[in-house]
Ligand binder design. Structure first.
Ligand code: NAI
Length: 725
């Protein structure tokens, strides 16, 4: 019997080896869509029917990636009502993979590109896994980062392959995407191949040598490596897992890690088939819940929209930068220089003195040495990267640069001066960027000869780690400059969001509300440790008072004074925030300006290490009985940021929902479970009307700053949500 499969091509050679080529005719990547499911069943039936003429099976793909995983468009649409259907659809794939795995013939995955999620689950059902070396081969189960768990046998098989602890910590809970070398070291694959011929040769060699291959877990006497909770020695370690989990999620509402842990532990104590059913039940709960929808929307759909240039002006030829002048070799300039050089761009790193410029380059030397020692790069590549960075002091040294990124002190006069020094030396059409974190771009552009080429490129610290860059379009910035800035950010492998000009833009302005709310609560007499706990449980990666210390308390004061002056000069009135009085007392009365000053909301050791919360806070601020509901504490932080984001949409500073969502998570630590700052409003209980009602309640209790902006009320009344469509 043979059904002609459409998505999986059957190619059998004269020796009896069947190569199953994954090649979806309708999509650029293979996914677990209906066509794949039907094809998998068809080839499984055929393998069983023609078993005697089959000597072995190789799974590989005709696409650039091996297999992309679940069809997220299908998954995001699952509701509690349709969850049972999704559950059953998944069972079919698992049954087929299990039939192939137990066919009694050797099955090899020849992984020729990314095998993430469902792709790695197919590979796990094979007896042997060989991966093609190269930067595009990524291996792992990243479902947790979308609020899901791998339900195609991923939990069941990794637990049986690696043991519960390694499966959880190395694969399932972090969602790490491994390169072939690290996948091999961590036991996810068996071999690495240098090229496609070797990949298939190694697959065949395994088939030749193992005519009766079996999975370890199907062999008699098999035990899960490292034991299971049934073993008293293992059971003694079990409480460490929930504790670890708590550390990972900080008590924030991330259901996926909890379900993964439960599926792994419960599944380890039963037979394979039952384990797969347990895994599927926990998956069904996740896929029909709001968090996985939020995270899938953000980390898949929104991120794709942002990176693919939904916001880049159309019809402008892409351009690459070849040589960039980085002005200012301080903390930011040094990081920007490294990121550019890593992407192959020549860098002139300029500062006021040779020492300062060399110190900026030394930062790259440190990062390179670390990358080499960890095996993330080779010495040759590191040397080449460093050779691309030239420290400089003379304005003439920037000759030939086709882009400039300025990162000197946050002072408009100084920024004007450094641009004037170099604007006639660089290429006549060089892109002119400022990394200012707060100053209006239009204002800065007035000091340069070509304001149309001038744009804000706001990096985040530490630059080498932070993936986001906020591009700020000034009033006079041209479409060409915006397109070129976008291309430059993509060229250095970062994610660009685009906003219009405003003081503090999107990110710096919005994060200020989070901090102010936390500080205001201290001022209201609430126990500081509870404030920190509320931030953690809301899902913020940094606690609010410790973040305030990092940024220093004097910085918001400076920004506040400048903003206040600007608003008052324009005839407006400054709305005083209750946090201001607390910050003033901390700095002026107690001499605690933050971490760099050695004292802030926390105490710091000689080595700068953070100690405990300053006991003086309790003495000077905390009042017995000044507590408020914990839910209010969390939501004051989340709402204050979300409400100002709506105001930014109203003001036309933000023009894309995807940019707002991605920028908030990747730039300023808005909790990922929300799917981003506008998705938080969409997904709030009761939708937009629910959010508006809650904002009004908070306004009643804590002040008018929580009153919902008109746009939000209007959208709620019309039954709309925030979308780009
Ligand atoms: P920094 O103080 O570490 O570095 C500034 C550097 O500029 C110093 O090395 C200084 O010697 C140099 N410099 C001063 N005058 C110069 C001149 N005439 N020519 C060349 N170099 C000169 O400051 P940081 O933190 O790197 O900040 C730089 C800019 O980046 C500021 O506008 C800041 O607002 C912005 N920014 C800072 C972030 C942060 O987290 N620190 C985040 C995003 C933006």
């Amino acid at each position: 019997m043979s059904t002609e499969p459409t998505t999986i091509r059957w190619e059998q050679d004269e020796t009896g080896v069947v190569t199953l080529v994954l090649d979806d005719p309708d999509q650029s990547a293979n996914t677990m869509n209906q066509a794949f499911k039907a094809s998998l069943t068809a080839v499984t039936d055929r393998l069983e029917a023609e078993r005697d003429s089959v000597r072995g099976v190789i799974f590989t793909s005709a696409k650039k990636t091996f297999f992309a995983g679940g069809d997220l468009r299908e998954l995001i649409a699952v509701t509690p009502e349709t969850a049972q259907f999704a559950f059953e659809a998944g069972q079919g794939i698992k049954r087929d993979l299990r039939r192939i795995e137990t066919l009694g013939k050797p099955v090899v995955a020849a992984i020729n590109g990314a095998a993430l999620g469902g792709g790695y689950e197919i590979a796990l059902a094979c007896h042997h896994r060989v991966a093609l070396d190269g930067s595009s081969t990524k291996i792992g189960l990243p479902e947790v980062t979308l609020g899901l768990l791998p339900a195609g046998g991923g939990v069941t098989r990794t637990v049986r392959l690696l043991g519960i602890a390694d499966a959880l910590l190395k694969v399932l809970l972090q969602g790490t995407q491994y390169n072939p070398k690290r996948a091999l070291e961590n036991g996810l694959i068996h071999e690495v191949a240098a090229d496609r011929d070797e990949l298939l040769a190694k697959a065949r060699a395994f088939i030749d040598a193992n005519p009766e291959a079996q999975q370890p877990w199907d062999k008699p006497g098999y035990r899960i490596p490292g034991g299971t909770p049934a073993n008293p020695k293992f059971a003694a370690n079990l409480p460490a897992f929930p504790a670890n989990l708590k550390k990972q999620t900080n008590g924030a509402p991330y259901p996926a890690p909890r379900n993964i842990l439960a599926a792994a532990v419960e599944g380890s104590q039963v037979d394979f088939e039952t384990a797969q059913t347990i895994e599927a039940r926990y998956f069904t709960e996740l896929v029909s819940g709001q968090t996985s929808k939020n995270m899938t929307q953000a980390f898949f759909f929104d991120l794709q929209a942002v990176n693919s240039g939904a916001n880049r002006p159309k019809g402008i030829e892409p351009r690459k930068v070849t040589k960039v002048a980085v002005l200012g070799a301080g903390m930011m300039g040094a990081g920007i220089a490294y990121s550019c050089a890593r992407a192959g761009i020549e860098v002139v790193l300029k500062d006021v003195s040779a020492e300062a410029a060399a110190k900026g380059k030394a930062y790259s030397e440190k990062l390179c040495a670390k990358a080499v020692s960890r095996g993330r790069t080779t010495q040759d590549k590191a040397d080449a990267l460093l050779a691309r960075i030239t420290p400089a002091t003379d304005p003439q040294d920037v000759v030939g640069c086709d882009a400039v990124i300025e990162a000197v002190f946050e002072d408009p006069a100084l920024k004007h001066k450094v641009f004037q020094e170099i604007q006639d030396v660089v290429e006549p059409d060089a892109l002119l960027c400022s990394n200012t974190s707060t100053l209006p771009i239009t204002l800065l552009s007035e000091g340069v000869a070509r304001p149309a080429d001038f744009i804000g490129l706001h990096f985040f610290s530490p630059v080498d780690k932070m993936p986001l860059v906020e591009i700020i379009k000034g009033e006079r910035t041209s479409h060409e400059a915006l397109a070129r800035a976008f291309d430059l950010v993509r060229q250095i492998n970062k994610t660009p969001i685009v906003v219009n000009d405003s003081r503090g833009f999107f990110t710096s302005r919005v994060i200020g509300h989070f901090i102010n709310e936390g500080v205001a609560m201290v001022g209201e007499g609430i126990e500081p440790a509870s404030v920190e706990q509320a931030a953690a449980q809301a899902g913020y990666p940094a606690k609010v008072l410790s973040l305030m210390d990092e940024l220093t308390l004097t910085l918001p004061r400076k920004i506040r004074n400048e903003s206040k002056r600007a608003i008052e000069e324009a005839g407006g009135t400054w709305a005083t925030h209750p946090a201001e009085a607390v910050i003033d007392r901390m700095v002026d009365e107690f001499g605690r300006p933050g971490r760099s000053g050695g004292a802030g909301f926390y105490e710091y050791g000689e080595d700068g290490k953070r100690g405990r919360l300053w006991p003086g806070l309790r003495e000077h601020f905390t009042r017995d009985g000044a507590s408020i509901p914990f839910e209010d504490m969390k939501e004051r932080m989340l709402f204050s940021e979300a409400l100002d984001t709506v105001r930014l949409v109203e003001e036309g500073v933000l023009t894309s929902v995807a940019d707002a969502n991605i920028g908030s998570i990747m730039g300023i630590g808005f909790p990922a479970w929300t799917g981003g700052i506008l998705q938080y409003i969409n997904g709030y209980e009761g939708g937009l009307p629910g959010f508006v009602a809650r904002a009004r309640e908070l306004a009643e209790r804590y002040g008018d700053r929580f009153l919902p902006p008109a746009l939000l009320v209007e959208k709620a009344e019309k039954g709309e949500t925030f979308t780009d469509a």
